[in-house]
Ligand binder design. Structure first.
Ligand SMILES: C=C(O[C@@H]1C=C(C(=O)O)C=C[C@H]1O)C(=O)O
Length: 275
């Protein structure tokens, strides 16, 4: 049986999947690419068995899911691919309009936490597709994630202010930030525990392989992406893909603040698959 496994369509996850290709694991799983937001829907609705999901979505459905240990998309300070881009300094955004990319779940709430808890301001938010030009036509600032945000990190458009939300979170809390976690549908994991363990081991192995060969991953990616290999190497080294005690502590802090602001009804338990 080939488990149906999700794959975030951004460059950020390349190190987690690169090793799967190199180690010939790809044939053992059926991979589907999409945004993390869509992948979580497919997982919950039974079209996927195992997938990365935005951390905020895990908290909304944690009873139906089980976490894969050792895997996340996180940062400790700068993240490089989650940006608030603004026409005015961040402190002047009170009562102004902010466009939120509809590809995000976790960072939408993260931005609201940061603006409320750190800057004590209340903008008006609306959701739309991630096109900076059209976002800034209607709004004073825009939240971008993934490849569109990485483009901002590569070159901030002149005349605009850009804020890395990983840095903002670190300044506010001193914590690491976890954007996505890996989860299996609980009933799938109950029926196929060894298969889920195998997939978890493959991803952890793939991540270690990629981090050991980060130069090779960056050189390869630079052949088809519009970023040079030095930039990509720095990016892959900025992101964190593990899920250690520090990540879990940062995630709990995020859930605590999200709940305090009414974005989630309860802080979830972090239930891990036994490996
Ligand atoms: C670091 C990132 O984290 C992403 C942010 C997500 C969100 O805001 O919902 C979901 C998945 C992650 O891949 C990124 O987009 O680059």
């Amino acid at each position: 049986m080939r488990p149906r496994v999700g794959h975030i369509q951004f460059i950020n996850c390349l190190p987690l999947y690169y090793g799967l290709v190199k180690n010939d694991v790809l044939w053992d799983v059926e991979l589907s690419k999409d945004t993390a937001r869509e992948l979580s829907r497919h997982l919950l609705e039974g079209r996927l068995d195992i997938s990365p999901v935005p951390s905020i979505e895990y908290s909304r459905h944690w009873r139906e899911l089980i976490l894969l240990p050792g895997l996340s998309v996180s940062c400790d300070g700068p993240v490089a691919s989650i940006y608030l881009v603004s026409k005015v300094p961040i402190t002047e955004l009170h009562n102004r309009k902010i466009a939120l990319t509809n590809t995000s779940r976790t960072s939408q709430v993260l931005l609201k936490i940061i603006l409320e808890n750190k800057y004590h301001i209340h903008p008006n938010y609306f959701e739309c597709p991630p096109h900076l030009g059209s976002m800034l036509l209607e709004a004073d600032a825009a939240l971008l994630i993934g490849d569109e945000a990485l483009q901002i990190h590569y070159q901030v458009p002149s005349g605009l202010y850009a804020y890395d939300l990983g840095c903002e979170w670190k300044e506010l809390t001193g914590c690491k930030m976890v954007f996505a976690v890996w989860a299996a549908r609980r009933n799938f994991a109950d029926d196929n525990p060894e298969l889920v363990r195998e997939v978890q081991r493959s991803f952890v192995h793939s991540m270690s392989y990629s981090l050991l060969h980060v130069e090779q991953v960056a050189n390869d990616a630079a052949r088809w992406e519009c970023f040079d290999s030095g930039f990509l190497k720095a990016y892959f080294s900025t992101l964190q893909f593990g899920f250690d005690a520090g990540h879990q502590q940062g995630l709990r802090e995020y859930y605590r603040r999200a709940q305090a602001l009414g974005h989630i009804s309860e802080a979830p338990e972090l239930n891990f698959l036994e490996v």
